[in-house]
Design a protein around this ligand. Structure first.
Ligand SMILES: Cc1ncc(COP(=O)(O)O)c(C=O)c1O
Length: 463
């Protein structure tokens, strides 16, 4: 009789993955494995662990893309080995980056869209650092030429995303952040004018404030600074943080004057991986004209035997996101971007209307005129038996990730709940969310919360 015996030492991999030795012990967490292991098994064990992550499609807290298509996956796969910085080795990747810069410059109405400068970055944060640095350099050169002190640069912002606080701290610039007030949640011209002086390197309005999704009024700030210049000679540039709005306003708020149509707007940043529809890891910054980017900040790298100007904090960076961005420009075009962004905006407005009908909430942002989404607060005079933090926590049991947080300085008593609507969300998903939200409210009616959750306990995912 023939006997077949597997040598267990040598042939672990013939057994079912979940009966192999590696799956019967814990994965190494503090030191590298001593031995090599079956890649299939290790991959599965790691992917199993990742099941504990939130489901990205139901993440209504993030501004970043959570939807992708097969063509984008293929592009990312083909480009996975290419380094964005190697302009000489990958000249067509460099060429495509440059095309995206000019396409964005054109979309934002640069008077010199074919010749102006700009670059891709890892995201809006790096782009903001570059924009801030350019403003600091320009201000310093002007001050030095006038023989004046350059010790105390300041920058004026509304309630900005943390990247501007980082810029200020890392690059030694005083940040004069205009705090929110009850009745005024955004920067306005009056508050800007209270803070500007000869040491102001620039003013940064945000097109799509992270906390409330509303746009700051760039035109109003622009006009106030024009008047200031006429009266005092102070010439203060504007950088627009269009992390989200840079890819929205050109398509669904076409008449809004926020971009290079306003001569004082010298640079704009945006995130390709937010409403630019590209995979995570790409931002953009564009200067109005070549002269607005100080040449001292430019480094030259080899490119087809010649030199190519670059401006970046990072060196190596993946190239796929940039190619995916170009794909999106060609694949969707103006028409497609407009349809996608408008559809998202419609869903946000629908959710705001339905939330209002519940009767427990005041709508803070109804989805009109800013980023697709909605924000609401609990009405002051109701005691529904839960806080917004409790509601966020309960919604998570159905997979929904909905941010609740208190607003920043001077409005910390205002706790709001916010949903962002991005490509890949449907009307049906909006209905599913609303049904779940109402079920959670019903649950709290029957089981009122004795001790409400705190912001920190609720997860605090507000970005
Ligand atoms: C207004 C604004 N600026 C900057 C950023 C930072 O963008 P990124 O995540 O692309 O670095 C964000 C992120 O949400 C944002 O909303």
């Amino acid at each position: 009789m023939a006997t077949h015996k597997v040598n267990k030492e040598l042939a672990e991999s013939v057994y079912d993955l979940y009966t192999q030795n590696d799956s019967k012990t814990s994965l190494k967490k503090f030191a590298i494995s001593e031995t090599s292991n079956d890649p299939e098994l290790i991959k599965d064990l790691i992917l199993d662990e990742l099941l504990l992550d939130g489901n990205a499609k139901q993440n209504l807290s993030t501004f970043c893309q959570t939807y992708t298509d097969n063509a984008t996956r293929e592009i990312m796969d083909q480009c996975i080995v290419k380094n964005m910085i190697d302009k000489d080795e990958y000249p067509q990747t460099a060429e495509i980056e440059s095309r995206c810069v000019h396409i964005l410059a054109d979309l934002w109405n640069s008077p010199a869209s074919a010749t102006t400068l700009g670059c891709s970055t890892t995201g809006s944060s790096e782009a903001a650092m570059l924009g801030g640095l350019a403003m600091k350099w320009n201000w310093r050169k002007k001050r030095q030429a006038e023989g004046k002190s350059t010790d105390k640069p300041n920058i004026i912002t509304g309630p900005v995303q943390v990247c501007w606080e980082k810029f200020a701290r890392y690059f030694d610039v005083e940040i004069r952040q205009i705090p929110m007030e009850h009745g005024r949640l955004l920067m306005n011209a009056e508050e800007v004018l209270k803070r500007v002086d000869e040491n102001t390197i620039g003013v940064v309005p945000t097109l799509g404030v992270t906390f409330t999704l509303q746009y700051e009024n760039v035109k109003e700030i622009n006009d106030a600074l024009d008047k200031l210049q006429a009266e005092t000679g102070l010439d203060i540039p504007i950088h627009v943080d269009g992390a989200s709005g840079g890819f929205l306003a050109p398509f669904i708020q076409k008449d809004l004057e926020w971009d290079f149509r306003l001569p004082r707007v010298k640079s704009i940043n945006t995130s390709g991986h937010k409403f630019g529809l590209s995979p995570i890891g790409v931002g953009w910054i564009i200067w109005r004209e070549e002269k607005d980017l100080p040449e001292e900040l430019i480094f030259n790298v080899n490119y087809l035997g010649g030199e190519m100007p670059t401006f970046a904090l990072n060196f190596s960076r993946p190239g796929g996101q940039v190619i995916a961005q170009y794909f999106n420009f060609l694949r969707h075009g103006r028409e497609g971007y407009e349809r996608i962004q408008q559809t998202c905006a419609d869903h946000g407005q629908y959710i705001a209307k339905e939330i209002e009908k519940i009767g427990l909430f005041d709508i803070l942002y109804d989805g009109v005129g800013g980023i697709p989404g909605a924000c609401w607060m609990l009405k002051k005079d109701v005691n529904p038996g839960f806080s917004l933090y409790d509601l966020t926590d309960k919604l998570r049991s159905r997979g929904w990730q909905v941010a609740s947080y208190s607003l920043p300085t001077d409005c910390q008593d205002m706790v709001i709940q916010r949903v962002l609507i991005r490509h890949g969300f449907s009307h049906d998903m909006a209905d599913l969310l609303l049904t779940d939200l109402k079920t959670c409210i019903e649950y709290f009616k029957n089981h009122p919360v004795a001790i409400a959750m705190t912001e920190a306990e609720a997860g605090n995912f507000k970005h």
